[in-house]
Design a protein around this ligand. Structure first.
Ligand SMILES: Nc1nc2c(ncn2[C@@H]2O[C@H](COP(=O)(O)OP(=O)(O)OP(=O)(O)O)[C@@H](O)[C@H]2O)c(=O)[nH]1
Ligand SMILES: [Mg+2]
Length: 392
């Protein structure tokens, strides 16, 4: 009898050891398994990104926590902008609407909004070229901001996405006051080929038509034919230009242009710059020198420094802007080629990550294809295929 009891005790001890070993192995394999869509997509959290909250999906059986929902209802949709501007945005954003916005539409078109849909929503947003922070803000707004019933109500989801997008675009910046100083000196920079010279031509025409006296400075003396290209735009916009000799110091061109601007009572001097030098460091040094020399020609100049970004570069445009912003003050962004890009959502990432206002957007190659950036019109056009704003 005693022997049998001892044998039983030994068997129980062995079973206990096996159980402990099995539990440990399963915990290890859980830790090694991918835990979220973001990890599967390899989206690294940005250092400055908000810490990720623990994933807790409002599954159908589990409504979203009440305290996570906003206390007040979403503000009403803003008044629509004028029809012409709206149409320009609509046309410019056609490819973007066909991209991630259409994918969202397909997702919300399903009968049931379940945990799987939330996972897919996360995936669409994180691969949408809107930057990880903006993607996370929109995702959280849907996931935590809507109750289980609201998640079944597609117009409510779109309304939440629209509202969050508008919040992201609401960068706290005062409008450009071109009349606060005379001449108002604007330095335009950006990497090569993004559309600096074209944008300067468009701006010159826009402001001349507003009754301003505009002067251009051909500050790209490096690239062959850069000055001639700006001359063509100056002709089209019907404004004068100050040019230097090929390979002359761009600072001296900018200096001369600002001096002429002061002496001859110009309202605005717009300075073009080179997009590519031998290295990025040389480009930065050159741009810093340009700013110092501008200040010598007229204390306080340049009054604004705008960076031109190409929307077709998607998230690379955000990285470019970050690199420049780390080295010098950027007071505004012009986003070009919105018409040729399915990555127009990058505006959300730019505003969210850089907190620099987007001043204008380029919607084509012609001189009239520039629009002041209007966040409300942008959001309206971006999601215009996604149910009317009245219902949403
Ligand atoms: N579709 C489209 N094309 C644009 C837009 N803006 C500029 N472009 C085109 O982009 C190309 C480059 O434009 P540029 O103005 O020469 O660019 P840049 O930045 O001055 O180039 P570099 O002087 O070489 O650094 C040209 O073919 C322009 O027509 C836009 O809003 N839409
Ligand atoms: Mg150029």
């Amino acid at each position: 009898m005693q022997t049998e009891l001892l044998e039983l005790a030994a068997i129980l001890a062995v079973l206990a050891v096996i159980l402990v070993v099995l539990r440990r192995a399963s915990a290890r394999s859980r830790a090694a398994a991918p835990q979220s869509v973001r990890e599967r997509l390899g989206v690294e959290p940005e250092p400055e990104a908000r810490p990720r909250r623990e994933r807790k999906r409002p599954r159908p059986a589990e409504p979203a926590p009440a305290e996570a929902r906003p206390a007040e209802p979403a503000p009403a949709e803003p008044a629509p902008t004028d029809a012409e501007a709206r149409e320009a945005y609509r046309a410019g954003l056609a490819k973007t609407r066909g991209g991630f916005v259409a994918r969202l539409g397909k997702l919300f078109g399903r009968k049931k909004f379940d945990a799987q849909t939330l996972d897919e929503l996360e995936e669409v947003l994180f691969t949408a070229d809107i930057g990880p922070r903006a993607a996370d803000r929109i995702f959280q707004a849907v996931k935590s901001g809507l109750s289980r019933d609201e998640l079944e109500d597609t117009p409510k989801i779109w309304a939440r996405i629209r509202q969050t997008s508008r919040d992201i675009l609401a960068v706290d910046a005062s409008p450009v006051d071109l009349g606060r100083v005379r001449p108002f000196v604007l330095l335009v920079l950006g990497v090569n080929g993004v559309g600096k010279t074209t944008t300067i031509g468009k701006l010159a025409q826009t402001w001349r038509l507003d009754g301003k006296k505009v002067l251009l400075a051909a500050g790209d003396t490096y690239r062959a034919a850069a000055t001639e290209q700006l001359e063509v735009w100056a002709d089209r916009a019907q404004v004068p230009i100050v040019r230097g000799k090929p390979n002359s110091d761009p600072s001296s061109v900018v200096f001369d242009a600002i001096k002429r601007g002061v002496d001859e009572g110009f309202d605005i001097v717009i300075c073009d710059t080179a997009g590519r030098l031998h290295s990025n460091a040389t480009l930065m040094d050159e741009l810093k020198k340009l700013r110092r020399v501008a200040d010598k020609a007229m204390p306080g100049a340049p009054h604004e420094t705008w960076m031109v970004l190409d929307a077709t570069n998607g998230q690379n445009a955000i990285s470019q802007a970050k690199t420049f912003k780390a080295d010098m003050e950027i007071t505004g962004i012009v986003l070009t080629k919105l018409d040729g890009s399915a990555k127009g959502g990058v505006v959300l990432g730019i505003c969210d990550e850089l907190k620099v206002p987007v001043r204008f957007v380029g919607v084509g190659e012609k001189i009239g294809d520039l629009r002041p950036f209007d966040p409300a019109a942008f959001v309206e056009a971006l999601y215009s295929d996604a149910g009317s704003s009245e219902t949403a």
